[in-house]
Write a protein that binds this ligand. Structure first.
Ligand code: VAH
Length: 316
């Protein structure tokens, strides 16, 4: 069975849903520090787990015979700048706990997300390569680059089958934004539908690598299903789909909501965004395990606005 830690979060929510579709509801145990949305709580097993608590994770691993752990619990970039120590503790203790469970052979496979946040202001900004200068200037980026080297270490030294992707900004509509810098591109859709206006905390030409949730979930599962010998990178794979600026996403929304207006008021998150690349080269992932994204800005916007305009059960 599969255990998802951080299942109530932005990625965890949709990853759990997809994993339950593929592996059947009762084979995917969702867990988080707080309960998730109605759909997740009613469709399969759920356990309250603090992802830094190795003993409780081990107890649940034994209770359900868990063989794979997806660790999606983390504190994201903007919140991590406000609570550096808490962010480091959560992001690192949770990873080392799960890596140790794999090293001790309690579980067979681990998924852990990294991020474009591992790149910093000295990294080449366009088509950022897999191997390049990585001098992160955010707490979140420091925790992610450290985590990547821990994953590689546990793989090399103890044969742990841990796999990882450097997610770009991930855009979805099923959960509210969770403290990320790229979350303006999540919030903008909610505000466009509700208020027909959005005040963006990044400047209009801030270009960032982005991806629709459907693509991110697909890539994650495809990587985990790949043959071990095809997973050549054990720090973390670059992963890419699209890149856009607040101005470009606003124009795309206006094709559907003509009277939507956007204003700009940069805050502390501008500095975080300016330290990240504008586009990513993910040719290694496409080569090693046949990765291919499906959604562009146009099809993503259509899909999100269609979904937000349908009568929905209460979203988290
Ligand atoms: C964040 N959504 O903004 C996350 C992600 C690349 C951005 O790591 O912190």
């Amino acid at each position: 069975t599969i255990l998802v830690l951080g299942a109530s979060g932005q990625i965890g929510t949709e990853l759990t849903q997809k994993l339950r579709l593929i592996y059947k509801n009762n084979n995917v145990i969702a867990s988080d520090i707080r309960e998730g949305n109605e759909e997740m709580m009613s469709s399969g097993p759920f356990e309250i787990i603090d992802a830094t608590d190795k003993e409780t994770i081990l107890k649940i691993v034994k209770k359900y015979n868990v063989t794979q752990v997806y660790l999606l619990a983390a504190m994201l970039s903007a919140t991590a700048e406000k609570f550096p120590q808490k962010a480091w503790d959560l992001n690192m203790t949770s990873l080392l706990s799960v890596l140790d469970l794999a090293k001790e052979k309690h579980i067979k496979q681990v998924y852990w997300p990294s991020s474009i946040a591992v790149f910093g202001p000295t990294t080449p900004k366009n088509n950022t390569p897999q191997k390049t200068i990585m001098e992160p200037t955010t707490v979140y980026g420091i925790s992610k680059i450290s985590g990547e080297f821990w994953c590689n270490y546990y793989h090399e030294k103890f044969g742990v089958d841990v796999r990882s992707l450097r997610y770009p900004g991930i855009i979805s509509w099923k959960t509210k934004p969770g403290g990320g810098t790229t979350d303006y591109a999540v919030d903008i859709y909610f505000k466009a539908v509700k208020d027909k206006n959005y005040e963006c905390f990044l400047s209009e030409n801030t270009r960032l690598p982005m991806m629709y949730m459907n693509d991110a979930v697909e890539a994650t599962i495809r990587l985990m299903q790949a043959k071990p010998e095809d997973v050549k990178i054990r720090t973390s794979y670059n992963l890419a789909a699209i890149d856009f600026t607040p101005k470009e996403i606003a124009l795309e929304i206006q094709k559907h909501i003509p009277d939507f207006t956007i204003s700009y008021k940069s805050d502390f998150r501008q500095k975080i965004a300016d330290s990240w690349p504008q586009s990513i080269d993910d040719s290694e992932a496409r080569k090693d395990w046949n990765w291919q994204h499906q959604f562009n800005l146009e099809s993503m916007t259509k899909d999100i606005l269609k979904s937000l305009n349908k009568p929905q059960e209460e979203t988290v």
